[in-house]
Design a protein around this ligand. Structure first.
Ligand code: NAP
Length: 258
């Protein structure tokens, strides 16, 4: 029970890594606000958390909307009295050859993967700084370490997440708030289903070809599970990581070495 007595917000908690993290946090004793773009998936996760004996709150929200971010913070404070942990998990990818990428494509990715990470952090940090305690965790990626030919907007957003992580960590350390990021590799979620479908089609290959080739390159020999990522989030959220801030950790089966 490494998170006993803590309350957490996990954005995009309805499926994938967000859902796995919400459930692992609950198993470790945390109460969880589980916002998602889709209310039904948020409610389904909240139900699973309640069954684990923790407090859980579902809500529909779009992290790119400032009014929704305020509502998210108000809901967490009203329901839990405090926010100990924020996981900025919600994110998207789209596979495009850079010369085909439109301004709307760029804005879609950067608004969600980067701008929302900052403004969710800012809103929650105001509450954490007032209490001189808190942990903010961000979803980076190995695509925030090395560029990828068909993911220029995604890579820009994830390199940016690492910059936000380092800058906020430096600004908030003296206020008792730690800020770190995780950089997953190829995780078995809906995100990679759509990356594979779009990328394989662009290369004229059958569905599944791009994913299979990438997974074959993973040194640890298997695709990553959402729980592999959730375990790292859980450690970084816990007091076991009390001397760690400003860092980004790869969790990728050895795919990325720096
Ligand atoms: P996923 O399976 O596609 O799930 C993304 C979640 O975010 C969904 O629940 C989605 O809600 C929610 N979401 C999307 N837009 C939102 C918005 N505007 N407001 C609120 N919630 C929103 O993705 P995942 O694979 O779990 O990835 C989670 C994070 O890890 C992302 O930041 C991703 O970039 C990062 N990551 C993933 C991988 C990977 O291989 N999968 C690798 C490295 C990093 P809906 O269900 O309503 O769409």
């Amino acid at each position: 029970m490494r998170l006993a007595g803590k309350s957490a917000i996990i954005t995009g908690a309805g499926r994938g890594i967000g859902r796995a993290t919400a459930l692992m946090f609950a198993r470790e004793g945390a109460d969880v606000l589980a916002p998602d773009l889709d209310l039904a998936s948020s409610e389904a996760v909240a139900k699973e958390i309640l069954a684990l004996g923790r407090k859980a709150v579902a809500m529909q929200m779009d992290v790119t909307r400032m009014a929704d971010i305020q509502r998210m913070v108000q809901t967490a404070v009203r329901e839990f009295g405090k926010i100990d942990i924020l996981v900025n998990n919600a994110g998207i990818t789209q596979v495009r050859f850079p010369l085909e990428l439109t301004e709307a494509d760029w804005d879609r990715t950067l608004n969600l993967n980067l701008k929302a990470v900052f403004f969710c952090s800012q809103a929650v940090a105001r509450e954490m700084v007032a209490r001189k305690s808190g942990v903010i965790l961000n979803a980076a990626s190995i695509s925030g370490r090395t560029g990828k030919p068909m993911l220029v907007d995604y890579c820009a957003s994830k390199f940016g997440v690492i910059g936000i992580t380092q800058s906020l960590a430096m600004a908030l350390a003296k206020h008792g708030v730690r800020v770190n990021a995780v950089a997953p590799g190829i995780v078995d979620t809906d995100m990679w289903v759509s990356i594979d479908r779009e990328w394989s089609a662009l290369e004229g290959k059958p569905t599944g070809a791009v994913k299979q080739a990438r997974v074959a390159n993973i040194p640890l020999g298997r695709i990553e599970t959402p729980e592999d990522v959730a375990k790292l989030y859980t450690f970084l959220a816990s007091d076991d990581a009390s001397y760690i801030t400003g860092q980004t950790y790869n969790v990728c089966g050895g795919l990325q070495l720096n």
